[in-house]
Design a protein around this ligand. Structure first.
Ligand code: AMP
Ligand code: ZN
Ligand code: FE
Ligand code: FE
Length: 294
């Protein structure tokens, strides 16, 4: 059976794999298709597309956006997005700037706690445009200031811990809109992890296309629960490992896989979204007599 892992991070956000390593790992796991879903970034997509093509693995360009609804953080996956879309790139550049400012703020808070970490050490380690708390945690471990990532999060970086800095977040409806503007398919990521069932009806109203039912942090019961919700709201189903490479020990790629039929469904939805965008494009809305005849 052909299988796909539709939730992967690379070193263009907080994963450790390069595009080439991702493709090699996907081949090792015998995956027919993979999606790259870096936080607030699409930078890794062109390289991963090339690396996958060389191994005859189907590649789906994606991203993972952070949003907030009723005080709850939630993550939105965008699949088959147009990675050149100007409004998407503009918004991502803004989120990336906010992330970089936040690194300086987290480091300043650590320094006030007499933890001698420098922002340069974090940026040197991250070397991507979308740095986050995992990079600060890794820098703390690398500098010998924490024994492991868990300690870094527990002592400093978890919500309401002393070096935690809240991040600007758009609403769930805005995130769905942004993905649709970039002609992507909008999927609620790992709802069992964020426990945000109450936001689903509102997000369906906002145009949500799917739910990530299968995820590393979903055991059988949550997967079944979200499959039932997907059926009830006529949403498509996705799944993936949320692999971050070697950052958390063993790589997760290929440990959560969905049948290729879910890729077909995603693709069909993507085609509908792209057709609708074409019909609403300025060229198509011109009156017929405004188009020059040869
Ligand atoms: P950020 O986007 O900068 O707020 O960082 C969020 C990322 O940090 C998540 O995607 C996780 O990969 C990671 N993370 C969050 N909490 C923990 C934790 N307690 N231990 C390890 N990693 C975590
Ligand atoms: Zn992450
Ligand atoms: Fe996530
Ligand atoms: Fe993720």
């Amino acid at each position: 059976m052909r299988l796909a892992d539709l939730h992967l991070h690379s070193h263009f956000s907080d994963g450790t794999y390069s595009p080439e390593e991702l493709a090699a790992q996907a081949q090792r796991c015998r995956l027919a298709a993979i999606a790259l879903t870096d936080h607030d970034s699409v930078e890794g997509c062109p390289g991963t597309a090339v690396a996958c093509a060389a191994k005859e693995i189907e590649f789906i360009p994606g991203t993972e956006l952070t949003a907030e609804q009723d005080g709850n953080e939630l993550h939105l996956l965008g699949y088959f997005i147009d990675t050149q879309n100007p409004s998407l790139l503009r918004r991502l550049a803004r989120f990336q700037a906010v992330r970089q400012d936040r690194i300086h703020e987290m480091v300043a808070r650590l320094n006030r706690l007499k933890v001698p970490l420098s922002a340069e050490a974090v940026f040197a380690l991250a070397s991507c445009r979308a740095p986050g708390r995992p990079h600060v945690a890794r820098a703390l471990v690398q500098a010998g200031l924490c024994v492991n990532l868990d300690e870094a999060f527990e002592r400093f970086l978890k919500k309401n811990r002393p070096a935690w800095v809240p991040k600007f977040k758009m609403s769930a409806a805005e995130a769905v809109d942004l993905i649709h503007q970039a002609q992507g398919v909008a999927v609620l990521a790992h709802p069992g992890l964020n426990r945000t069932d109450q936001v689903i009806p509102g997000m369906v109203e906002a145009g949500l296309d799917g739910i990530e039912c299968f995820h590393t942090k979903h055991s059988t019961a949550p997967s079944q629960h979200y499959l039932a919700l997907a059926a009830r709201f006529h949403l498509l189903v996705t799944g993936g490992s949320d692999c971050h490479g070697l950052s958390k020990g063993k790589p997760l790629i290929g440990t959560v896989k969905v049948p290729y039929q879910h890729v077909e469904t995603l693709k069909a939805r993507s085609a509908e979204i792209k057709t609708a965008a074409l019909l609403h494009s300025p060229l198509m809305s011109l009156p017929a007599n405004a188009v020059e005849k040869p």
